[in-house]
Design a protein around this ligand. Structure first.
Ligand SMILES: Cc1ncc(COP(=O)(O)O)c(C=O)c1O
Length: 350
């Protein structure tokens, strides 16, 4: 008996490498990257820097390490980092900025994951008061994961850049899914991050590479980032096998992300008609959808996940009464149909 099909909407990180990636990995030219001798990593770093419009980039094992390296380089211990309250760097990185770099997060809530510029400004500590900590940095997230894959348009970035210039702060962008933001806005990735001090991007999410992220910035930033990567245990040896897959990801997969977004938009529209589900499809412009559930129909989010699981749909909880669904290359139109049917059946509609 063959196993029932599973449609995995938990995350775009579940994507498996493509045959082209596996071939590139098998054939990659490699060397010891701690000695600066891996030509495939060098090519990936150069291509990433070019796409992002920065002089240099550094390959790192994970997005979390990339963010933490950037924070470490920009900010001195004991200083404050202004972050959006639901940002990955604050919410999901295990207090790393405090544990690894002695930094104090200053979370401010922004609707849709945007950085509320006026509120952020109110939290920049005055240099004139010697007994307050200094503010060193503002972090942005584009797209914003927890807010539902929301996009920070260039104008929102500009506002924060203007604040940072007025106050002498650095700006780091967590661009784990910057590729999705660029695809949704139909602009280049570089246009979204021009003028910031550093950006982190992931190859291992919607772009399907098995491992890897990068941080980009000035030559001086990357030189320091290389030291911080070693400090954090992220100096890798023949990791060109990983960079090879990431290079394929950059060339083959960015153009495909609009398909994930279109599937998500359809999923959102169809789920909006299901009993006990509330969702505004307009609020989810990329590949992450969060639906709120009426407890009288669904019970808790965990109850809902159980009902969906028995119908072959894997999703994640986004709160006590909300469920998160993510589209990616390994879920197609038939998976979206199956997901909608599973919601309808679970809600007693068919
Ligand atoms: C917005 C954002 N930033 C950073 C990360 C961290 O990436 P990694 O899982 O590679 O550490 C994630 C992971 O999902 C993310 O969604």
């Amino acid at each position: 008996m063959s196993a029932a099909p599973i449609s995995d909407f938990r995350s775009d990180t579940v994507t498996k490498p493509t045959p082209a990636m596996r071939r590139a990995m098998a054939e990659a030219e490699v060397g010891d990257d701690v000695y600066g001798e891996d030509p495939t990593i060098a090519r990936l770093e150069a291509r990433t820097a070019e796409l992002l419009g920065f002089p240099a980039a550094l390959f790192v094992p994970t997005g979390s390490m990339g963010n933490q390296i950037a924070l470490r380089v920009h900010a001195r211990p004991g200083t404050e980092v202004i972050v959006e309250a639901r940002s990955h760097v604050f919410h999901y990185e295990m207090g790393a900025m405090a544990a690894l770099s002695g930094l104090l997060p200053r979370p401010v809530f922004g609707p849709g994951g945007r950085m509320p510029e006026a509120e952020a400004e109110a939290w920049v500590r005055p240099e004139s008061v010697y007994y307050l900590p200094r503010t060193s940095l503002v972090c942005l997230e584009n797209t914003h994961n927890f807010a539902g894959g929301t996009v920070l348009p260039r104008a929102a970035v500009e506002e924060v850049l203007a604040l940072a210039r007025r106050k002498g702060l650095a700006v780091h962008v967590d661009g784990a899914r910057l590729w999705n933001a660029a695809a949704a806005l139909r602009v280049s990735e570089a246009s979204l991050v021009a003028g910031v001090d550093s950006v982190m991007v992931c190859f291992s999410k919607g772009l399907r590479a098995p491992v890897g992220s990068a941080v980009a910035g000035s030559e001086a930033f990357v030189a320091e980032a290389r030291r911080a990567r070693k400090l954090f245990g992220g100096g890798m040896r023949q990791a060109g096998v990983l960079a090879a897959a990431a290079l394929v990801a950059l060339e083959d997969e960015r153009g495909r992300l609009a398909e994930d977004h279109a599937r998500l938009a359809r999923l959102a529209r169809e789920l909006a008609g299901v009993r006990g589900v509330s969702v505004d499809p307009e609020s989810f412009p990329t590949n992450i959808l969060i639906v709120d559930l009426d407890a009288r129909v669904w019970g808790s989010a965990n109850d809902a996940l159980g009902k969906l699981r028995t119908r072959g749909i894997l999703a994640g909880a986004a709160g006590p009464a909300s469920v998160r669904l993510v589209t990616h290359a390994d879920v197609g139109d038939a998976d979206v149909d199956r997901c909608v049917a599973a919601f309808r059946e679970s809600a007693g509609m068919s």
